[in-house]
Design a binder for this molecule. Structure first.
Ligand code: HEM
Length: 396
Protein backbone atom coordinates (compact mmCIF):
# COMPACT_ATOMS: atom_id res chain seq x y z
CA UNK A 1 0.00 0.00 0.00
CA UNK A 2 2.90 2.39 0.66
CA UNK A 3 4.12 2.22 -2.96
CA UNK A 4 0.52 2.86 -4.05
CA UNK A 5 0.65 6.31 -2.40
CA UNK A 6 3.43 7.21 -4.85
CA UNK A 7 1.82 5.52 -7.81
CA UNK A 8 -1.42 7.40 -7.24
CA UNK A 9 0.35 10.71 -6.66
CA UNK A 10 -0.96 11.32 -3.13
CA UNK A 11 0.45 14.65 -1.89
CA UNK A 12 4.20 14.21 -1.10
CA UNK A 13 3.80 16.07 2.24
CA UNK A 14 1.89 13.04 3.56
CA UNK A 15 5.07 11.03 4.06
CA UNK A 16 3.40 8.75 6.66
CA UNK A 17 1.28 7.28 3.85
CA UNK A 18 4.55 6.08 2.36
CA UNK A 19 5.49 4.20 5.52
CA UNK A 20 7.86 6.93 6.77
CA UNK A 21 7.81 7.85 10.44
CA UNK A 22 8.28 11.54 11.35
CA UNK A 23 11.67 12.17 13.02
CA UNK A 24 10.01 13.78 16.07
CA UNK A 25 6.43 13.84 17.37
CA UNK A 26 6.43 17.66 17.39
CA UNK A 27 8.63 19.96 15.32
CA UNK A 28 8.84 23.53 14.13
CA UNK A 29 8.63 24.02 10.39
CA UNK A 30 10.80 27.00 9.36
CA UNK A 31 9.25 27.12 5.92
CA UNK A 32 5.67 27.61 7.08
CA UNK A 33 6.40 29.25 10.46
CA UNK A 34 4.10 26.68 12.14
CA UNK A 35 4.54 23.72 14.48
CA UNK A 36 3.70 20.27 13.16
CA UNK A 37 2.24 17.79 15.65
CA UNK A 38 2.59 14.22 14.38
CA UNK A 39 2.44 12.04 17.50
CA UNK A 40 -0.79 10.41 18.71
CA UNK A 41 -0.22 11.21 22.37
CA UNK A 42 0.75 14.80 21.59
CA UNK A 43 -2.26 15.26 19.28
CA UNK A 44 -4.56 14.01 22.08
CA UNK A 45 -2.94 16.45 24.51
CA UNK A 46 -3.64 19.35 22.14
CA UNK A 47 -7.22 18.36 21.33
CA UNK A 48 -8.12 17.73 24.97
CA UNK A 49 -7.12 21.24 26.10
CA UNK A 50 -9.08 23.94 24.27
CA UNK A 51 -7.92 26.60 26.72
CA UNK A 52 -4.22 26.20 25.93
CA UNK A 53 -4.70 25.14 22.31
CA UNK A 54 -7.44 27.40 20.99
CA UNK A 55 -9.44 27.14 17.78
CA UNK A 56 -10.72 30.73 17.94
CA UNK A 57 -7.22 32.21 18.34
CA UNK A 58 -5.96 30.63 15.08
CA UNK A 59 -7.26 33.48 12.92
CA UNK A 60 -5.74 36.13 15.21
CA UNK A 61 -2.27 34.90 14.29
CA UNK A 62 -2.60 35.69 10.61
CA UNK A 63 -1.10 39.06 9.73
CA UNK A 64 -4.12 39.54 7.47
CA UNK A 65 -7.60 38.89 8.85
CA UNK A 66 -10.24 36.93 6.98
CA UNK A 67 -13.61 38.63 6.59
CA UNK A 68 -15.34 38.49 10.03
CA UNK A 69 -18.69 37.80 8.44
CA UNK A 70 -17.28 34.44 7.31
CA UNK A 71 -16.43 33.39 10.85
CA UNK A 72 -19.54 34.18 12.89
CA UNK A 73 -21.43 31.02 13.78
CA UNK A 74 -18.66 28.71 12.52
CA UNK A 75 -18.56 25.99 15.17
CA UNK A 76 -15.06 24.92 14.18
CA UNK A 77 -13.67 28.40 14.94
CA UNK A 78 -15.13 28.78 18.43
CA UNK A 79 -13.81 28.18 21.94
CA UNK A 80 -15.84 27.66 25.13
CA UNK A 81 -18.22 29.02 26.29
CA UNK A 82 -19.54 30.20 22.85
CA UNK A 83 -18.72 26.83 21.33
CA UNK A 84 -20.85 24.82 23.75
CA UNK A 85 -23.86 27.13 23.30
CA UNK A 86 -23.88 26.76 19.53
CA UNK A 87 -23.00 23.08 19.55
CA UNK A 88 -25.95 22.36 21.85
CA UNK A 89 -28.21 23.67 19.10
CA UNK A 90 -27.33 20.80 16.78
CA UNK A 91 -25.98 17.97 18.88
CA UNK A 92 -29.47 16.50 19.38
CA UNK A 93 -30.10 16.54 15.62
CA UNK A 94 -27.16 14.14 15.13
CA UNK A 95 -27.53 11.97 18.22
CA UNK A 96 -27.28 8.18 17.90
CA UNK A 97 -31.06 7.71 18.16
CA UNK A 98 -32.01 10.36 15.55
CA UNK A 99 -29.37 9.02 13.17
CA UNK A 100 -30.47 5.40 13.69
CA UNK A 101 -33.95 6.45 12.54
CA UNK A 102 -32.41 7.67 9.27
CA UNK A 103 -31.22 4.18 8.33
CA UNK A 104 -34.24 3.25 6.14
CA UNK A 105 -33.86 6.49 4.14
CA UNK A 106 -30.07 6.04 3.77
CA UNK A 107 -30.60 2.42 2.63
CA UNK A 108 -33.31 3.32 0.10
CA UNK A 109 -31.19 6.15 -1.31
CA UNK A 110 -28.10 3.93 -1.61
CA UNK A 111 -30.04 1.33 -3.61
CA UNK A 112 -31.73 3.99 -5.77
CA UNK A 113 -28.31 5.37 -6.69
CA UNK A 114 -26.81 1.93 -7.33
CA UNK A 115 -29.83 0.94 -9.49
CA UNK A 116 -28.71 3.62 -11.94
CA UNK A 117 -25.08 2.53 -12.48
CA UNK A 118 -23.70 1.01 -15.65
CA UNK A 119 -23.65 -2.80 -15.05
CA UNK A 120 -20.12 -3.05 -16.53
CA UNK A 121 -18.45 -0.35 -14.50
CA UNK A 122 -18.88 3.05 -12.90
CA UNK A 123 -17.07 5.89 -11.20
CA UNK A 124 -17.82 5.46 -7.49
CA UNK A 125 -17.65 9.11 -6.40
CA UNK A 126 -20.17 10.47 -8.93
CA UNK A 127 -22.39 7.40 -8.67
CA UNK A 128 -22.59 7.00 -4.88
CA UNK A 129 -19.89 8.48 -2.66
CA UNK A 130 -20.79 12.10 -3.48
CA UNK A 131 -24.59 11.99 -3.95
CA UNK A 132 -25.40 9.81 -0.92
CA UNK A 133 -24.01 12.06 1.85
CA UNK A 134 -24.90 15.31 0.08
CA UNK A 135 -28.55 14.30 -0.43
CA UNK A 136 -28.83 13.16 3.20
CA UNK A 137 -27.39 16.38 4.65
CA UNK A 138 -29.36 18.59 2.21
CA UNK A 139 -32.58 16.84 3.28
CA UNK A 140 -31.73 17.30 6.96
CA UNK A 141 -31.00 20.99 6.45
CA UNK A 142 -34.13 21.43 4.35
CA UNK A 143 -32.35 22.32 1.10
CA UNK A 144 -33.47 20.90 -2.26
CA UNK A 145 -31.24 17.86 -2.87
CA UNK A 146 -31.70 18.52 -6.61
CA UNK A 147 -29.34 21.52 -6.17
CA UNK A 148 -26.47 19.17 -5.35
CA UNK A 149 -24.55 19.82 -8.59
CA UNK A 150 -24.47 23.50 -7.60
CA UNK A 151 -23.04 22.63 -4.18
CA UNK A 152 -20.48 20.46 -5.91
CA UNK A 153 -19.40 23.28 -8.18
CA UNK A 154 -18.96 25.70 -5.27
CA UNK A 155 -17.36 23.28 -2.85
CA UNK A 156 -15.01 21.77 -5.48
CA UNK A 157 -13.59 25.23 -6.11
CA UNK A 158 -12.88 25.63 -2.40
CA UNK A 159 -10.81 22.48 -2.27
CA UNK A 160 -9.25 22.68 -5.73
CA UNK A 161 -6.04 24.33 -4.48
CA UNK A 162 -3.07 22.34 -3.31
CA UNK A 163 -1.37 25.48 -1.96
CA UNK A 164 0.60 24.82 1.17
CA UNK A 165 -0.33 27.67 3.47
CA UNK A 166 2.54 29.49 5.20
CA UNK A 167 2.69 32.21 7.85
CA UNK A 168 5.77 33.45 5.99
CA UNK A 169 3.67 34.36 2.94
CA UNK A 170 3.65 38.10 2.23
CA UNK A 171 0.61 39.99 3.56
CA UNK A 172 -0.31 40.71 -0.09
CA UNK A 173 -0.31 37.02 -0.98
CA UNK A 174 -2.29 36.18 2.15
CA UNK A 175 -4.83 38.91 1.43
CA UNK A 176 -5.13 37.57 -2.14
CA UNK A 177 -5.66 34.00 -0.85
CA UNK A 178 -8.32 35.13 1.64
CA UNK A 179 -10.07 37.22 -1.03
CA UNK A 180 -10.11 34.17 -3.30
CA UNK A 181 -11.65 31.98 -0.58
CA UNK A 182 -14.25 34.66 0.30
CA UNK A 183 -15.17 35.12 -3.36
CA UNK A 184 -15.47 31.33 -3.76
CA UNK A 185 -17.83 31.11 -0.78
CA UNK A 186 -20.04 33.99 -1.86
CA UNK A 187 -22.42 32.09 -4.15
CA UNK A 188 -22.96 29.40 -1.51
CA UNK A 189 -23.57 32.03 1.19
CA UNK A 190 -26.03 33.91 -1.02
CA UNK A 191 -27.83 30.66 -1.78
CA UNK A 192 -28.11 29.77 1.93
CA UNK A 193 -29.19 33.32 2.81
CA UNK A 194 -32.14 33.03 0.42
CA UNK A 195 -33.27 29.77 2.01
CA UNK A 196 -32.80 31.22 5.50
CA UNK A 197 -34.94 34.26 4.67
CA UNK A 198 -37.66 31.94 3.37
CA UNK A 199 -37.46 29.81 6.54
CA UNK A 200 -37.74 32.87 8.79
CA UNK A 201 -41.01 33.61 6.98
CA UNK A 202 -42.35 30.07 7.06
CA UNK A 203 -40.43 27.58 9.19
CA UNK A 204 -40.58 23.82 8.59
CA UNK A 205 -39.22 20.97 10.69
CA UNK A 206 -35.72 20.97 9.17
CA UNK A 207 -32.40 22.01 10.71
CA UNK A 208 -32.27 25.47 9.10
CA UNK A 209 -35.73 26.24 10.52
CA UNK A 210 -34.46 25.05 13.90
CA UNK A 211 -31.45 27.37 13.67
CA UNK A 212 -33.45 30.46 12.67
CA UNK A 213 -35.77 29.92 15.62
CA UNK A 214 -33.11 28.93 18.15
CA UNK A 215 -32.13 31.28 20.94
CA UNK A 216 -28.74 31.53 22.61
CA UNK A 217 -28.81 33.49 25.88
CA UNK A 218 -32.25 34.81 24.93
CA UNK A 219 -31.15 36.03 21.50
CA UNK A 220 -31.89 34.70 18.04
CA UNK A 221 -28.89 33.92 15.82
CA UNK A 222 -28.33 36.58 13.16
CA UNK A 223 -28.40 35.74 9.45
CA UNK A 224 -24.61 35.50 9.15
CA UNK A 225 -24.47 33.04 12.03
CA UNK A 226 -27.16 30.84 10.51
CA UNK A 227 -25.52 31.05 7.06
CA UNK A 228 -22.11 29.99 8.38
CA UNK A 229 -23.49 27.36 10.72
CA UNK A 230 -25.47 25.72 7.91
CA UNK A 231 -22.52 26.07 5.55
CA UNK A 232 -20.29 24.13 7.97
CA UNK A 233 -22.95 21.43 8.29
CA UNK A 234 -23.47 21.22 4.53
CA UNK A 235 -19.75 21.12 3.66
CA UNK A 236 -18.53 19.03 6.63
CA UNK A 237 -21.59 16.82 6.17
CA UNK A 238 -20.59 15.49 2.80
CA UNK A 239 -17.04 16.13 1.63
CA UNK A 240 -15.38 13.98 4.28
CA UNK A 241 -17.98 11.20 4.04
CA UNK A 242 -17.49 11.14 0.26
CA UNK A 243 -13.79 10.53 0.89
CA UNK A 244 -14.55 7.88 3.53
CA UNK A 245 -16.72 5.85 1.10
CA UNK A 246 -14.10 6.10 -1.66
CA UNK A 247 -11.17 5.36 0.65
CA UNK A 248 -12.83 2.31 2.22
CA UNK A 249 -13.63 0.86 -1.20
CA UNK A 250 -10.04 1.46 -2.28
CA UNK A 251 -8.52 -0.03 0.90
CA UNK A 252 -10.65 -3.18 0.57
CA UNK A 253 -9.73 -3.48 -3.12
CA UNK A 254 -6.02 -3.18 -2.33
CA UNK A 255 -6.37 -5.93 0.32
CA UNK A 256 -8.49 -8.67 -1.30
CA UNK A 257 -8.06 -11.13 1.59
CA UNK A 258 -9.39 -8.52 4.01
CA UNK A 259 -12.26 -7.71 1.65
CA UNK A 260 -13.31 -11.38 1.55
CA UNK A 261 -13.03 -11.57 5.34
CA UNK A 262 -15.39 -8.60 5.64
CA UNK A 263 -17.73 -9.97 2.97
CA UNK A 264 -18.02 -13.23 4.92
CA UNK A 265 -18.50 -11.56 8.33
CA UNK A 266 -20.53 -8.39 8.03
CA UNK A 267 -20.07 -7.53 11.70
CA UNK A 268 -16.62 -6.45 10.49
CA UNK A 269 -18.00 -3.72 8.19
CA UNK A 270 -18.07 -1.02 10.93
CA UNK A 271 -14.64 -2.21 12.14
CA UNK A 272 -13.21 -1.92 8.61
CA UNK A 273 -14.68 1.59 8.29
CA UNK A 274 -12.87 2.66 11.47
CA UNK A 275 -9.66 1.18 10.06
CA UNK A 276 -10.18 3.10 6.83
CA UNK A 277 -10.53 6.32 8.88
CA UNK A 278 -7.23 5.49 10.59
CA UNK A 279 -5.38 4.31 7.50
CA UNK A 280 -6.53 7.05 5.10
CA UNK A 281 -7.71 9.89 7.35
CA UNK A 282 -10.02 12.17 5.29
CA UNK A 283 -9.74 15.29 7.47
CA UNK A 284 -5.98 14.90 7.86
CA UNK A 285 -4.98 18.11 9.66
CA UNK A 286 -6.48 20.48 12.25
CA UNK A 287 -5.21 23.93 13.23
CA UNK A 288 -4.85 25.20 16.81
CA UNK A 289 -3.10 28.20 18.38
CA UNK A 290 -1.25 28.32 21.70
CA UNK A 291 -2.58 30.85 24.22
CA UNK A 292 0.29 30.37 26.67
CA UNK A 293 3.85 28.92 26.58
CA UNK A 294 3.77 25.09 26.66
CA UNK A 295 6.03 22.07 26.44
CA UNK A 296 4.72 19.48 24.03
CA UNK A 297 6.51 16.35 22.85
CA UNK A 298 9.73 17.67 24.45
CA UNK A 299 9.54 21.00 22.57
CA UNK A 300 9.10 24.37 24.24
CA UNK A 301 6.46 26.27 22.31
CA UNK A 302 5.84 29.96 23.03
CA UNK A 303 2.35 31.51 23.24
CA UNK A 304 0.66 32.65 20.01
CA UNK A 305 2.05 29.89 17.82
CA UNK A 306 0.14 28.09 15.12
CA UNK A 307 0.02 24.28 15.35
CA UNK A 308 -0.98 21.87 12.62
CA UNK A 309 -2.20 18.65 14.23
CA UNK A 310 -1.66 15.95 11.61
CA UNK A 311 -4.37 13.40 12.45
CA UNK A 312 -3.26 11.27 9.48
CA UNK A 313 0.25 10.97 10.96
CA UNK A 314 -0.99 10.44 14.55
CA UNK A 315 -3.10 7.58 13.19
CA UNK A 316 0.09 5.89 11.94
CA UNK A 317 2.02 6.38 15.21
CA UNK A 318 3.84 3.13 16.01
CA UNK A 319 3.83 4.02 19.71
CA UNK A 320 0.01 3.71 19.68
CA UNK A 321 -0.80 1.22 16.91
CA UNK A 322 0.80 -2.16 16.28
CA UNK A 323 1.87 -2.47 12.61
CA UNK A 324 0.63 1.07 11.88
CA UNK A 325 1.19 0.81 8.13
CA UNK A 326 -0.85 -2.38 7.84
CA UNK A 327 -4.52 -2.17 6.89
CA UNK A 328 -6.24 -4.57 9.30
CA UNK A 329 -10.00 -4.73 8.70
CA UNK A 330 -10.44 -6.37 12.12
CA UNK A 331 -8.32 -3.91 14.15
CA UNK A 332 -9.87 -3.61 17.60
CA UNK A 333 -9.39 -1.50 19.66
CA UNK A 334 -8.72 1.29 17.21
CA UNK A 335 -8.26 4.62 19.01
CA UNK A 336 -7.86 6.59 15.76
CA UNK A 337 -8.35 10.35 15.68
CA UNK A 338 -10.18 10.46 12.35
CA UNK A 339 -13.16 12.29 13.90
CA UNK A 340 -10.96 14.45 16.13
CA UNK A 341 -11.09 14.42 19.96
CA UNK A 342 -12.34 16.65 22.76
CA UNK A 343 -14.97 19.37 22.53
CA UNK A 344 -14.87 19.61 18.71
CA UNK A 345 -15.23 15.83 18.23
CA UNK A 346 -17.17 15.42 14.98
CA UNK A 347 -20.84 16.03 15.59
CA UNK A 348 -21.67 14.05 12.42
CA UNK A 349 -19.71 10.89 13.33
CA UNK A 350 -22.83 8.72 13.90
CA UNK A 351 -24.22 9.81 10.52
CA UNK A 352 -20.93 9.22 8.68
CA UNK A 353 -20.64 5.77 10.29
CA UNK A 354 -24.20 4.90 9.28
CA UNK A 355 -23.70 6.01 5.67
CA UNK A 356 -20.40 4.13 5.51
CA UNK A 357 -21.90 0.89 6.86
CA UNK A 358 -24.94 0.97 4.56
CA UNK A 359 -22.89 1.84 1.46
CA UNK A 360 -20.16 -0.76 2.03
CA UNK A 361 -22.73 -3.51 2.70
CA UNK A 362 -24.66 -2.58 -0.45
CA UNK A 363 -21.51 -2.65 -2.59
CA UNK A 364 -20.48 -6.06 -1.18
CA UNK A 365 -24.00 -7.47 -1.69
CA UNK A 366 -24.63 -6.19 -5.17
CA UNK A 367 -21.23 -6.42 -6.88
CA UNK A 368 -19.28 -9.54 -5.88
CA UNK A 369 -16.63 -8.93 -8.56
CA UNK A 370 -16.21 -5.19 -8.03
CA UNK A 371 -12.61 -4.00 -8.49
CA UNK A 372 -10.66 -0.85 -9.28
CA UNK A 373 -10.45 -0.28 -13.04
CA UNK A 374 -6.90 -1.36 -13.99
CA UNK A 375 -6.92 1.08 -16.92
CA UNK A 376 -7.97 4.19 -15.00
CA UNK A 377 -6.14 5.13 -11.82
CA UNK A 378 -8.04 6.79 -8.98
CA UNK A 379 -7.38 10.48 -8.35
CA UNK A 380 -6.97 12.15 -4.94
CA UNK A 381 -7.85 15.45 -3.29
CA UNK A 382 -4.99 17.86 -4.02
CA UNK A 383 -4.66 19.37 -0.53
CA UNK A 384 -2.17 17.83 1.93
CA UNK A 385 -4.73 18.46 4.69
CA UNK A 386 -7.06 15.90 3.10
CA UNK A 387 -6.54 12.28 2.30
CA UNK A 388 -9.23 11.10 0.03
CA UNK A 389 -10.31 9.71 -3.25
CA UNK A 390 -11.64 12.31 -5.69
CA UNK A 391 -12.52 9.85 -8.45
CA UNK A 392 -12.50 6.05 -8.31
CA UNK A 393 -13.31 4.21 -11.56
CA UNK A 394 -14.52 0.65 -10.87
CA UNK A 395 -15.19 -2.42 -13.02
CA UNK A 396 -18.05 -4.71 -12.16
C1 HEM B 1 -15.88 18.26 13.31
C2 HEM B 1 -14.04 14.67 10.63
C3 HEM B 1 -18.47 13.73 8.86
C4 HEM B 1 -20.05 17.82 10.87
C5 HEM B 1 -15.01 17.33 12.78
C6 HEM B 1 -13.64 17.16 13.19
C7 HEM B 1 -13.13 16.16 12.42
C8 HEM B 1 -14.18 15.68 11.55
C9 HEM B 1 -11.69 15.64 12.45
C10 HEM B 1 -12.90 17.94 14.29
C11 HEM B 1 -12.51 19.34 13.88
C12 HEM B 1 -11.71 20.07 14.93
O1 HEM B 1 -11.42 19.54 16.00
O2 HEM B 1 -11.29 21.23 14.66
C13 HEM B 1 -15.08 14.12 9.92
C14 HEM B 1 -14.96 12.95 9.08
C15 HEM B 1 -16.22 12.68 8.59
C16 HEM B 1 -17.12 13.70 9.11
C17 HEM B 1 -13.67 12.20 8.82
C18 HEM B 1 -16.67 11.59 7.67
C19 HEM B 1 -16.06 10.48 7.50
C20 HEM B 1 -19.30 14.73 9.27
C21 HEM B 1 -20.70 14.82 8.99
C22 HEM B 1 -21.14 16.00 9.54
C23 HEM B 1 -20.01 16.61 10.19
C24 HEM B 1 -21.53 13.78 8.24
C25 HEM B 1 -22.50 16.63 9.52
C26 HEM B 1 -23.53 16.25 9.80
C27 HEM B 1 -19.04 18.28 11.67
C28 HEM B 1 -19.15 19.50 12.46
C29 HEM B 1 -17.95 19.62 13.16
C30 HEM B 1 -17.13 18.49 12.79
C31 HEM B 1 -20.34 20.46 12.49
C32 HEM B 1 -17.57 20.73 14.14
C33 HEM B 1 -17.83 20.25 15.54
C34 HEM B 1 -17.37 21.24 16.58
O3 HEM B 1 -16.57 22.14 16.28
O4 HEM B 1 -17.83 21.11 17.71
N1 HEM B 1 -15.32 16.40 11.81
N2 HEM B 1 -16.39 14.54 9.90
N3 HEM B 1 -18.92 15.81 10.01
N4 HEM B 1 -17.81 17.69 11.90
FE1 HEM B 1 -17.16 16.06 11.00
Amino acid sequence: MTDLADRWGIHPAQSWLRGEDPARPVEFDEKSGMWNVYGHEEACQVLADAKTYSSAHVQDLFPVQADRSLREGNLLDLDPPDHRKLRNLVSKAFSGKVVADLEPRVTALTHELLDQVDPDGFELVSALAYPLPVIVIAELLGLPASDRELFREWVDKLFAQNNEFSLNDSPEKMAEDFAEVSAGLLPLQDYLREHITARRRSPGDDLISGLVQAEVDGQRLNDNEVVNFSMVLLVAGHITTTMLLGNTTLCLDAHPAQRERVRADRSLVPVAIEESLRFFTPFAALARATTTPVTLGGQDIPADQLLMVWLGAANRDGRRFADPHLFDAGRDPNPHLGFGRGIHFCVGAPLARLEGRVAVNALLDRFPGLHVDPDQAPTFMPSPAMTGVKTLPLRV
